[in-house]
Design a protein around this ligand. Structure first.
Ligand SMILES: [Zn+2]
Length: 480
């Protein structure tokens, strides 16, 4: 599927030269080959760039997507089976400026601007400079730009890729920045900060209707799946939920489209009248949210939904070989660790041990409600009766051990790094019977995988920093 191009030939040549020539000669020739490599990149930058962004995904998540898709869906997982196998593959260090473990704002900012920022900041450096984002650079180059997410559209990743703020939580101001930036496509949840208080779902304090303001600027507005699939406009604002869009397990398909449906509509809109090409970011946030909740069943379905959207991007790339498709994430979430474990604490004998396998995966496949939904239904003062009923109905074959049940009813976290009490404890219930354990309810420092196919893909090969990702993107968009 990968387009044979001059760049990969040059890399192959450089490798051959290094392997066979005498050291001194090799150094000189390798230098020449590298100069040739930048010339090749300059000669053919991609016209379009599609960034497929799985928030909270690192190698363990990708491999779980591959394994579960094969066993339960009998389908290839194209992220691993096509992009990582056939494309250029690398790893990115995720560390922010002011810590070791990152948040999505700092990680997204580094990947968007090429600069390290502090946790919580959106493309503003520690010394207060607003440094150019990927989408700003693309717009300045005459490219069309689009952002799609399952989170609120003003969430950390799409915001860091396009705008600037000292705090990611300044939602109303971020929506104002979107109106000024005018991305050609903007889709996801977060209608709340587009609408004034007083209108259903609205949270704006200034009484403004920003949806109407986008309409006045020539945008087609879509609010559900049917409207999205019928959309014909070149500029689209799609808001499908007041806050985050739902997990696959809870989603109403008529109200909220899939990530693949959003990606399809975004590509259709962006391809219109785009002589200079486009840059599109497609994010699935539910992978991260499932990690925070320690919800393996929701994670699995979020990974599949994301992968279906990667398929859409790859199909587009096949028809438009001047497109670069990148698949990556920003950091790991949850310390996800499928493993082996004791069935109970009666004996340490290896006979009492199970290795997670297909039968445990099938148990995950039978779960019918996300842990966040269970938490919402139970509320702050859970009733034992309702808890037992939800577990019996939506978690067939699972038993809630008395220690976990008691901690849920008392709303006691079991450790200081597990702050989503009900979800994390139910996640532990699932882990005890399936081996899908989690180390935390936060982010971890695991480097993220990146795979790229198309012109410029070779830049992303190898072990790099997340700021390198931003630098490469700027260079490819600038065409130098
Ligand atoms: Zn997160």
């Amino acid at each position: 599927m990968r387009q044979p191009n001059l760049t990969s030939n040059l890399i192959a040549l450089a490798t051959k030269v290094l392997a066979t020539a005498f050291a001194g000669v090799a150094l000189a020739l390798a230098g020449n080959a590298l100069i040739g490599l930048s010339a090749a990149l300059a000669a053919q930058p991609p016209k379009n760039i599609i960034i497929m962004f799985a928030d909270g995904a690192a190698p363990t998540q990708w491999d779980f997507g591959r394994y579960s898709s094969k066993v339960l869906r009998q389908q290839p997982f194209v992220t691993t089976d096509v992009v990582f196998k056939e494309g250029a593959v690398g790893l990115l260090i995720t560390t922010p400026n002011d810590a070791y473990a990152t948040d999505s704002a700092a990680a997204g900012s580094a990947m968007s601007t090429g600069f390290k920022v502090n946790i919580g900041a959106l493309s503003v450096t520690p010394d207060g400079r607003s440094v150019p984002t990927v989408m700003e650079v693309a717009k300045a180059k005459g490219k069309r730009v689009g952002m799609v997410t399952t989170a609120t559209v003003y969430d950390a990743t799409p915001a860091a890729f396009s705008m600037h703020a000292k705090s990611r939580r300044d939602y109303q101001a971020l929506v104002d920045q979107f109106l000024a930036l005018e991305p050609d496509v903007l889709m996801g949840g977060g209608a709340d900060y587009f609408l004034p208080e007083g209108i259903a779902g609205g949270k704006r304090k200034d009484g403004k209707d920003i949806i109407a303001a986008f309409r006045a600027k020539g945008y087609q507005i879509v609010r559900n799946t049917a409207e999205l699939n019928a959309a014909t406009g070149a500029k689209l604002l799609g808001l499908f939920a007041d806050e985050d869009m739902d997990f696959e397990l809870d989603r109403d398909p008529a109200a909220e489209p899939t990530t693949a449906e959003m990606a399809t509509a975004a590509l259709k809109a962006l391809s219109k009248a785009s002589p200079n090409g486009f840059v599109l970011l497609v994010e699935n946030e539910n992978i991260d949210t499932a990690g925070h909740a320690n919800d393996a069943a929701s994670l699995m379905r979020a990974l599949w939904a994301f992968d279906d959207a990667v398929k859409v991007a790859l199909d587009f790339q096949r028809r438009n070989p001047d497109t670069l498709v990148i698949v990556t994430g920003d950091h790991e979430a949850g310390g996800f660790s499928p493993t082996y474990a004791l069935r109970d604490l009666s004996t340490l004998s290896s006979k009492n041990r199970f290795y997670t396998g297909d039968e445990h995966l099938r148990m995950l496949g039978r779960i019918t409600m996300s842990l966040n939904s269970v938490n919402e239904k139970l509320g702050r003062k859970p009733s034992g009766e309702m808890l037992d009923e939800l577990v019996a109905r939506h978690f067939p074959g699972f038993r809630l051990d008395p220690d976990l049940r008691e901690s849920i009813l008392k709303q006691q976290p079991r450790e200081r790094n597990f702050s989503y009490v009900t979800q994390n404890l139910l996640g532990r219930m699932v882990a005890r019977q399936t081996g899908y354990y989690w180390g935390t309810s936060g982010h971890t420092t695991q480097p993220v995988l990146i795979g790229a196919i198309g012109p410029g893909a070779e830049l992303f090969r190898g072990y790099q920093d997340n700021t390198d990702f931003g630098k490469h993107l700027h260079r490819l968009i600038q065409g130098n």
